[in-house]
Design a protein around this ligand. Structure first.
Ligand SMILES: [Zn+2]
Length: 373
C-alpha cells in the first residue's frame, strides 16, 4: 500500500511544481499591475487635491461664528476661484439646501474666463481680503475684498454652523438702515419705486442700509439738500444726505424730488470710493439734475398736476413759490424749452442736456461750489 501510494505522492508534488512554475508567469504580472495600480491611485489621492479634502472638511466639520473662521473660508473660496476650480468654490460656499445642479452649472459657466463682462470670480482672481466683519448676535458676516483701486463686500450667512455666501456684492456692511424721519422713508420709497418701474434703479440698492437722511440747518450754505462728499461727513458706512429744516413743511413729492437729486450724488460718491471713477463737480451736478428731471417725468398724472397747480395758483395769487417749487418749476421750464426747440424725437435729450449744462454752469452757486471743490 505504501509503495503504491508513494508514486502518486511524488507525482503530485512534481505536478504542483510544474503548475506553480506556470502560474508564476500569470501571477507575477498581476501582482505587479496591482502594485502599480495601488501606487497610481495613491498618487491620485495625494494629489486628490488638498482642495477636495479641504472642501470636504468644511462640509463635515462645524465652523465657528467668528471673523477668523469666516476669513479662513473666504480665503479658500478666493483661492479655488483663482485656480479656476469653480465647481469646488461653489460647493464650498453655497448652502446645499438652497442650490441645484443647474445653479452650479450656471455659476461655473458665468464665471469662466470667457465673457466680456467682468464677473465676480474674475475680479476675485486679483483680489485680496481686506477686512472681515461679523456682527454680534447676528447670523450675517461681510468679507471686504480689494482689487486695484476698488473694493466691495460679499455678504455671508451663518447657518447650521456653516458660513454660506449670499448675494454677490454689496458696498455696505450694515445690516439695518439708519433710523430716519418717516417722511424721508416715504419719499425715498417713492423715488426707488418709480426708478424700478421704469429702468431699474439708478441707486445701488445694496447701499441703502448705509444711507442716512437727516434734517439740518442749511440756510447758511444756501442749499436745500446736500450730499457730503467730504470724508469728514460721508464714508461708505454712512452716506449722509442733509435736508434743510424748511422741508418739514413740504409734502412727500417735494422731498422725493430733492432726494432724486441727492441720491445721484450718493451713487457718485460710491463710484468714486469703490471704483475709482471720478467726474468733475459740474458733471456731477448735471447728472444729478438729469436724474431729478427723470424722476419728475415719472410722476403719475395726479402727482404732476398737483405740482403744476401749486405753481400756477401761487403765481396767479402773486405768492412767492417756496424754493423747492421754484426749482421744480425751473426744471419743467427746461423740459418745455427742449421740447419746443427740438420736438419730441431723440434730439430732445440732447437739447435737455444742453439746457441743464447751461443752467448749472451759469449758476453763481455752482460756480462757487465747484471752484471750492
Ligand atoms: Zn447737487
Amino acid at each position: 500500500m505504501r509503495n503504491k501510494n508513494k508514486f502518486p505522492y511524488f507525482y503530485n508534488q512534481a505536478k504542483i511544481k510544474i503548475w506553480l512554475a506556470k502560474v508564476k508567469y500569470v501571477i507575477t504580472p498581476i501582482v505587479i499591475i496591482f502594485i502599480i495600480g495601488v501606487f497610481v491611485s495613491l498618487g491620485k489621492i495625494s494629489a486628490l487635491n488638498l482642495d477636495d479634502f479641504q472642501v470636504l472638511r468644511y462640509k463635515l466639520l462645524p465652523e465657528a461664528n467668528t471673523e477668523s473662521a469666516l476669513r479662513e473660508k473666504a480665503q479658500l473660496w478666493l483661492e479655488l476661484g483663482r485656480d479656476g476650480r469653480l465647481g469646488l468654490a461653489y460647493d464650498l460656499s453655497r448652502d446645499p439646501k438652497t442650490v441645484s445642479d443647474a445653479d452650479r452649472e450656471n455659476y461655473i459657466k458665468k464665471n469662466k474666463k470667457n465673457n466680456d463682462s467682468i464677473s465676480l470670480q474674475l475680479q476675485l482672481r486679483q483680489a485680496t481680503i481686506d477686512q472681515t466683519i461679523v456682527e454680534n448676535n447676528s447670523s450675517f458676516g461681510f468679507v471686504k475684498f480689494k482689487y486695484d483701486k476698488s473694493s466691495f463686500f460679499t455678504k455671508w450667512k451663518y447657518n447650521n454652523s456653516h458660513w454660506y455666501y449670499t448675494v454677490e456684492q454689496t458696498f455696505c456692511s450694515r445690516l439695518k438702515p439708519y433710523p430716519k424721519p418717516p417722511e424721508f422713508e416715504r419719499a425715498l420709497s417713492l423715488v426707488l419705486q418709480r426708478q424700478l418701474n421704469y429702468e431699474g434703479s439708478l441707486v445701488d440698492l445694496s447701499s441703502l442700509n448705509c444711507l442716512d437722511i437727516q434734517y439740518s440747518d442749511l440756510s447758511t450754505v444756501g442749499a436745500e439738500g446736500v450730499f457730503h462728499f467730504a470724508e469728514s461727513f460721508s464714508s461708505p458706512e454712512r452716506l449722509l444726505i442733509q435736508v434743510d429744516h424748511s422741508y418739514r413743511n413740504y409734502d412727500d413729492l417735494l422731498t422725493a424730488s430733492l432726494l432724486a437729486h441727492e441720491l445721484t450724488h450718493m451713487t457718485q460718491f460710491i463710484d468714486e470710493y469703490y471704483n475709482g471713477k471720478s467726474i468733475t463737480c459740474f458733471e456731477a451736478e448735471e447728472k444729478a439734475f438729469r436724474d431729478q428731471i427723470s424722476f419728475l417725468t415719472k410722476l403719475n398724472e395726479e402727482e404732476r398736476s398737483s405740482l403744476i397747480n401749486r405753481v400756477t395758483t401761487n403765481e396767479t395769487q402773486g405768492t412767492p413759490l417756496n424754493s423747492s417749487l421754484q426749482q421744480i418749476r425751473h426744471l419743467y421750464d427746461l423740459m418745455v424749452d427742449a421740447n419746443v426747440r427740438c420736438g419730441d424725437g431723440s434730439e430732445i435729450l440732447g437739447c435737455l442736456d444742453a439746457n441743464i449744462e447751461e443752467m448749472v454752469r451759469s449758476s453763481p452757486y455752482y460756480q462757487e461750489q465747484c471752484r471750492a471743490n
